[in-house]
Design a protein around this ligand. Structure first.
Ligand code: MLT
Length: 245
């Protein structure tokens, strides 16, 4: 297995695809997607364009759909939900499809949507992501951070490092054997620096600070919890993620 980490969708190569791509948006899209599927959502369908989301979800019965929209961290008016994973309780999402559009996370998923396997990873389901990689041993793996509007996000690369660090430990191989680019060593070093103080790391991150200004303290605490959900969001058709059996 060769692992490549890209900090943002914009830094991700456009002339090739990996066997397996993992989109990461710790704050908060991939945390929300994993939580919704764990809570019993039928599927999560992602959109970069809000008008398209409204149009496609409009073809569904209101009782079978939930519209989630976020821009700049805040809920988009006219949507049922914003992008808080804490809103995705079984009472709210069970049996419904979550139609979601966020500032960066859904763009990261779309950037790699043509890969044969597309997963969504976050701290909350890090163990499930690693377990999938160890069971399937894809030859090339990309972890793509969502960043913020083209710029590096500390929390996404740290989470990529968390996945890489566990993989390396479980495979028991030298870094040079696993790492496909320099970003892998950088991400692992970041994770080693912050692993015991992830909430503190979010407080240093620009998007963490944005969410704190929006009073999303509880979201930050939840997004920092590691390996708490046994759930793996996997793309089953273009833009549609389901819980892997
Ligand atoms: C994004 O897609 O940029 C994030 O998920 C924003 C957020 O925290 O809602």
């Amino acid at each position: 297995m060769k692992l490549f980490i890209y900090h943002t969708p914009e830094l991700t190569p456009t002339n090739s695809l990996p066997d397996c791509a993992i989109a990461v948006d710790v704050l908060r899209a991939t945390t929300t997607i994993a939580t919704a599927l764990h809570a019993g959502a039928e599927a999560v369908q992602v959109f970069s364009d809000l008008d398209k989301l409204m149009q496609v979800s409009g073809e569904w019965l209101p009782s079978k759909r939930l519209r989630a929209g976020e821009r700049g961290g805040a809920k988009v008016s006219g949507c049922d939900l914003g992008n808080s994973p804490l809103d995705c309780t079984p009472e709210v999402v069970k049996g419904r499809r979550l139609f979601i559009s966020t500032t960066n996370g859904t763009r990261a998923l779309q950037r790699v949507e043509l890969a044969p396997t597309v997963l969504a990873g976050a701290f909350i389901n890090r163990a499930s992501v690693v377990q999938y990689l160890l069971a399937n041993l894809p030859e090339t793996v990309w972890i793509v951070g969502s960043g913020w509007e083209g710029s590096f996000s500390l929390e996404d690369t740290t989470c990529a490092g968390a996945i890489a660090h566990t993989l390396l430990t479980k495979l028991n191989c030298p870094l040079a054997e696993l790492a496909g680019n320099d970003e892998v060593a950088g991400a692992i070093a970041l994770y080693q620096q912050w692993q015991d103080k992830l909430v503190e790391m979010f407080h240093h991150a620009s998007h963490g600070q944005r969410l704190l200004r929006l009073n999303a303290h509880e979201d930050l605490k939840y997004c920092a919890e590691t390996d708490i959900l046994d759930v793996l969001p996997i793309q089953k058709e273009l833009g549609v993620l389901v819980k892997k059996d």
